[in-house]
Design a protein around this ligand. Structure first.
Ligand code: NAD
Length: 502
């Protein structure tokens, strides 16, 4: 694995990269649509021609099974590079807007322009996807970009540093490698957008550094994504299978991993039986422990392994499945605990490992209360086919995504926006939404000189006659409206202003 040795980028080189990218932006190097398309196809080619090296790097970092990496990372990013290239013309074309008759001659338009030179900071758990997905958006939007991958997935970050300059134009795209100290220095530069994916603690550091330069950010974070099970209207066996699959993919190290289950108490035992059945079909007992299964990955490093071990050691809940571990290979068996109570170690923080706590509740209402008592999750999952339950979850909770009857699959839909809310972050991504994150909507009008007579009233001196012409703008009718207030009585709302102001 010597070719994957991670070297941190010296500070002088970072300065020179920054200067080069700034110059390129001013010269408009990355702006022509043909150039952007070419770079996106080159990125897809990078993935295609280096599949084996990427699989090897992800295996070295995470023990990630090839199947998971081929579908969720290499294939998905090739698809998104190519589809973004093909959608570019549509996304970037100036938009005409509908305006009142009197503004029609003003050519009102919205131009989508690149924000400038951008910084992408990515984490270790899906190093291909989480580095290249924002990079695809930056290229598509016409922004030169610096990618700072995670030092924790060191083999993969070393590989990116080798491949990106070979495939993409070094005048516009560069990889900078480093740890906290180096990243802190990179954050001192003035960027035109920062796209950070990682945890909420570091996100606050990123946002504070960005604020110094008024730099806008995407903060793509994680958190505890609950699964609400409605046993009266779902197929428990399929639910158990899908949840366990999400919990064991990448050994549970996914931002959208189903973190814990909320289920009516009376159905807990039946769900545990279904989980056992799913577990034994994934990892047949005759083949030994899941710790030895080639369909199961490792925990990224000792720090994360020890964090999970400590969580497991401190739980007061009853273990009902798994529990084994292998320190040398940093692996835990998929493990399930029942009757987990508030305050338990398994509910303290995002698990980010193959542990599943089951939290019994009385009913769906109590599940909703529980969710609302905690920070807004990245995803709310629910296994239910009852339209009333779906509606209640939609209307009475908040989360980045709302997914029914499966887990993780929302990430495969290219057309949906992906983002957190509250503690799970902000800023939308995936395909068009990533393009938009790196683009500025530049509103434009062009008022013909022939329009001059219609503007006469705005010029000083303000006479009574001119004021009476202008005053028409504030003389519109405000519709009567009614809304029942708490307590049942009707309240008339007719005092609100309905004009334009700046
Ligand atoms: P990490 O430790 O690799 O950190 C992410 C990046 O932040 C790295 O590039 C790292 O160098 C940089 N960094 C770390 N400390 C820093 C500091 N003090 N100052 C500046 N930069 C610093 O990854 P992580 O944070 O452990 O990633 C896991 C988290 O990311 C989980 O919470 C997960 O849910 C979340 N995540 C979110 C998404 C999403 O799209 N919403 C995707 C994947 C992961």
């Amino acid at each position: 694995m010597a070719e994957f040795e991670l070297k941190y980028t010296p500070q002088a080189e970072v300065q020179s990269i920054y200067d080069t990218l700034q110059r390129s932006f001013r010269k408009g190097v990355a702006r022509p649509l043909g150039y952007r398309k070419h770079q996106l196809y080159r990125l897809a080619r990078l993935l295609k021609e280096n599949k084996e090296a990427i699989l090897a790097a992800e295996h070295a970092d995470l023990g990630k099974p090839a199947q998971e990496c081929l579908v969720g990372e290499i294939g998905a990013m090739m698809d998104r590079s190519i589809k973004s290239a093909e959608s570019l013309e549509e996304w970037s074309k100036p938009q005409n807007v509908e305006v009142p008759e009197w503004q029609k001659t003003w050519s009102p338009k919205v131009f989508s322009i690149p924000k400038g030179v951008v910084l992408i900071i990515s984490p270790w758990n899906y190093p291909t996807t989480l580095s290249l997905q924002p990079l695809i958006g930056a290229i598509a939007a016409g922004c030169p970009a610096v990618l700072k991958p995670s030092e924790i997935s060191s083999h993969h970050s070393a590989l990116l540093a080798e491949l990106i300059p070979k495939y993409l134009d070094p005048e516009a795209y560069a990889v900078v490698n480093g740890g906290i100290e180096e990243t802190t220095r990179v954050l001192e530069f003035k960027w035109d957008h920062i796209f950070y994916t990682g945890n909420g603690r570091v996100a606050r550091i990123i946002a504070a550094a960005a604020a110094k330069h008024l730099t806008p950010c995407n903060l793509e974070l994680g958190g505890k994504s609950p699964v609400v099970i409605d046993p009266d209207s779902c197929d428990l066996k399929i639910a158990a299978k899908r949840i366990l699959c999400g919990k064991t993919t990448n050994a549970g190290q996914i931002c959208v991993c189903p973190d814990y289950v909320l289920i009516p108490r009376h159905a807990q035992d039946a769900f545990i039986s279904a989980l056992r059945e799913a577990h034994d079909s994934f990892y047949p007992p005759s083949s030994g422990s899941p710790l030895d299964s080639p369909s199961f990955g490792s925990i990224i490093n000792k720090v994360q392994y020890e964090r999970l071990k400590d969580m497991k050691r401190r739980t007061k809940a009853e273990l009902v499945l798994g529990g084994g571990e292998d320190e040398a290979r940093r692996r835990f068996e998929p493990s399930v605990w029942r009757d987990v109570r508030e305050g338990d170690s398994l509910l303290e923080m995002e698990i980010f490992g193959p542990f599943l706590p089951i939290v019994p509740v009385e009913d769906i209402n109590e599940a909703i209360e529980y969710i609302n008592d905690h920070p807004s999750p990245l995803v709310l999952y629910s296994f239910t086919t009852d339209p009333k339950v779906k509606q209640a979850l939609l209307e009475r909770t908040r989360s980045g995504n709302l997914v029914f009857n499966d887990v993780v699959q929302q990430l495969s839909v290219n057309e949906l926006p992906f983002s957190g809310i509250g503690e799970s972050g902000y800023g939308y991504q995936i395909m068009k939404y990533t393009y938009e994150a790196f683009s500025h909507l530049r509103a434009s009008i062009d008022i013909p000189y022939a329009y001059e007579p219609f503007l006469a009233a705005r010029y000083a001196p303000y006479t009574k006659e001119k004021t009476s012409i202008i005053a028409v703008a504030s003389e519109m009718e405000v519709p009567e409206s009614e809304w029942p207030v708490r307590g049942g009585e009707e309240r008339k709302a007719n005092g609100s202003a309905n004009g334009n102001s700046h």
